[in-house]
Each structure stands twice: as structure tokens, then as C-alpha cells.
Design a protein around this ligand. Structure first.
Ligand code: NAD
Length: 311
């Protein structure tokens, strides 16, 4: 149904997602403010455009994969942004896969629905925006095994599903606009807290004389088992092939986790909910970044307990 796909934001994630769309046979047009990555795509024979607006002008569907809310707002509403066409859009669906706060997704979705389509086709009366953040890091982006959490119109979700499945293994429809973004920040909040819980328990266990590998075996066959203990263990040497065994290199940067906890914290404030663990996790990950570990994988929070230990 959608042949020409625009892709904006070709960083660690977007670069790989765009490649998988190409492999699936979609005709791509791309844009990024990074000239080097634009040149790489140009050299691969992909159409490159200097502005988001120009990408929109040649695409049935546009995907954005940008660092944060301010970048997404810039690409949609800024000068030469996707919505700068006098409110008449060529793309029928705009998908934002960046991790942003639900309110930003809802505001952009409302602005997109108020536009009209350059060319009405089938049942499409107006363009539609979907918030579709992802779970899974650069490896899942590379291997096309991401999970998409999608908010917005269900018809648009079903129409865009083949694209999601060209870049991911799962896509889950979450309900109205902003619900994909809400799902993503809640997932990462639970992950941040579970990583802290597992790290804290393993540090205490080690201090009481139990080897981390033994305690991990116990967790993994007991009620403490979780992804942070059985798939992404934070203690160096307990598991192979995870960031903790490579000096916390690669993986999911602490600064991205701190960003997502800020989004969770702000969202909790907006709905008047007290979330003490969110606040504490946010403080810990923010301190980790200030201490110079912002580009290391978030599981390096394990070491934070030793840096705070009484002599
Ligand atoms: P990144 O910083 O590597 O890439 C972002 C890209 O956007 C860069 O190439 C940058 O040049 C481009 N960009 C920035 N502003 C722009 C603008 N105004 N116009 C055009 N291009 C612009 O980030 P990433 O790691 O690819 O992450 C992207 C999003 O995915 C983030 O919201 C992140 O939280 C989320 N995410 C990341 C991971 C991960 O493991 N890296 C996992 C899940 C979700």
C-alpha cells in the first residue's frame, strides 16, 4: 500500500531501521542534519533531501527517529518542517518512533489530523500520526527484531503494520494517540527499577559473602528472576555477550535511561501521581551521568553501589 517511505533521523537506531526498510523493497527518501550519514545513504543510491518538508513531498509515509521531543517538534513544526506545507500534506501516515513524552505525541497528532491530504485515496480523508517507539537497542534495530508500541488510529496502525514488521518482530497496538509513548516510558521505568533492584541485591549478596554468579543462578530459578538478572546481568563476568562483560560498552546509554526517567517523572507530575521509585531512579541515573558514565550502558549502575560504600 505504501511504496515511497521517508525516513528522518539516521542515527544509531534510524540508520539500521532505514536499511531494513530498503532490504524489504521500500523506496526510501531520507534526511538527517548529519552530512556524513546523508553522504553514506547518497552513495548507496538513496534519495537524500535537505529538509523534512522535501522528504514529505515525495513520500506516502514518513518515519522519524530522533533523540528527543525538542528535535521531533523541530522536524514537524520548525521552518521547512513536515507541517510547513500550508497544512496540506502528501504523506497519509506520519510515524514517530522516537522516545518522547505522551503529551508531545498527542499535540503533534492533533496538529497532523487538522491538516488535509494533497491527494485523497481510498478511505483516507486526513493524514494521521502514529507514535510508535521501540524496545530493543541497536542490535534489535540491526537484526530487525524490534518491538513497536503503537498509539493512534487503529486503521492507520493496521495499514502501517507491514512496515513495522520489516523493522521489527512484534508490533503492539496500545490505543489512542500518545499511548505508544506512554507504554514506552512505563516499560523503561520498570526496567530502570528492576536493574537497580537486581544490582542492589547482588551487591548486598557479595558483601555478605555469596558469589554473584551463585546468587544469579538462584534468582533465575526463583521469584527474583527478571530480564535484568537472566538476560542482561549487571555484574562483570557473570554472563557473556552483555555490556557488563565489555566494561559496559555498547548497549543502552545511561544518558538515554536518565532521559526516559525524566519523561516518566514529568508525566507522573502531569497526572498528579506520586512515583517515589521513579524519582529515586532518576536521581541515581542522573548522578551516574554527571560522574562521567553517560555513554556507558545503564547496567553500569551496579558499580554505583561500590562507589558509595562505606570504608
Ligand atoms: P542518535 O542520537 O544516534 O540519532 C539521532 C539522529 O537524529 C542523528 O543522526 C541526528 O543527526 C539526527 N537529528 C537530530 N536532530 C535532527 C533534526 N532536527 N533533523 C534531522 N535529523 C536530526 O539516537 P538513537 O540512539 O538512534 O535514538 C533515537 C531515539 O530512539 C531516541 O529517542 C532514543 O531514546 C530511542 N531509542 C534508542 C535506543 C538505543 O539503544 N539507542 C533504544 C530504544 C529507543
Amino acid at each position: 500500500q505504501f511504496e515511497s517511505v521517508g525516513f528522518i533521523g539516521l542515527g544509531n537506531m534510524g540508520y539500521r531501521m532505514a536499511n531494513n526498510l530498503m532490504k524489504a523493497g521500500y523506496k526510501l527518501t531520507v534526511h538527517d542534519i548529519n552530512f556524513d550519514v546523508m553522504k553514506t545513504f547518497f552513495d548507496m543510491g538513496v534519495a537524500t533531501k535537505e529538509t523534512p518538508f522535501e522528504v514529505g513531498e515525495t513520500s506516502d509515509i514518513v518515519i522519524t527517529m530522533l533523540p528527543s521531543s525538542s528535535h521531533v517538534l523541530d522536524v514537524y513544526n520548525g521552518p521547512n518542517g513536515l507541517l510547513q506545507g500550508g497544512n496540506i500534506l502528501r504523506p497519509r501516515i506520519l510515524i514517530d518512533s522516537s522516545t518522547v513524552d505522551p503529551q508531545t505525541s498527542r499535540n503533534i497528532s492533533a496538529a497532523v489530523s487538522n491538516c488535509s491530504l494533497k491527494e485523497k485515496k481510498d478511505l483516507w480523508e486526513n493524514p494521521v500520526m502514529l507514535d510508535a517507539p521501540v524496545s530493543g537497542g541497536v542490535v534489535a534495530a540491526e537484526t530487525g527484531t524490534l518491538t513497536f508500541m503503537v498509539g493512534g488510529s487503529e486503521d492507520a496502525y493496521l495499514a502501517a503494520k507491514p512496515l513495522f514488521l520489516s523493522m521489527g518482530r512484534n508490533s503492539i497496538y496500545c490505543g489512542g494517540a500518545g499511548n505508544g509513548s506512554a507504554a514506552k516510558i512505563c516499560n523503561n521505568l520498570a526496567l530502570a527499577v528492576s536493574m537497580l533492584g537486581v544490582s542492589e541485591a547482588l551487591v548486598l549478596g557479595q558483601s555478605l559473602g555469596i558469589a554473584a554468579s551463585t546468587l544469579t543462578k538462584i534468582f533465575n530459578s526463583s521469584s527474583a528472576r527478571c530480564w535484568s538478572s537472566d538476560s542482561y546481568n549487571p555484574v562483570p563476568g557473570v554472563m557473556e555477550g552483555v555490556p557488563s562483560s565489555h566494561n559496559y560498552g555498547g548497549g543502552f546509554a545511561s544518558k538515554l535511561m536518565a532521559k526516559d526517567l525524566n519523561l516518566a517523572s514529568e508525566s507522573a507530575k502531569q497526572v498528579g501521581l506520586k512515583c517515589p521509585l521513579t524519582s529515586q531512579a532518576r536521581e541515581i541515573y542522573t548522578k551516574l551521568c554527571k560522574d562521567g558514565h553517560e555513554t556507558q550502558d545503564f547496567s553500569c549502575v551496579f558499580r554505583h553501589y561500590y562507589s558509595g560504600k562505606d570504608e
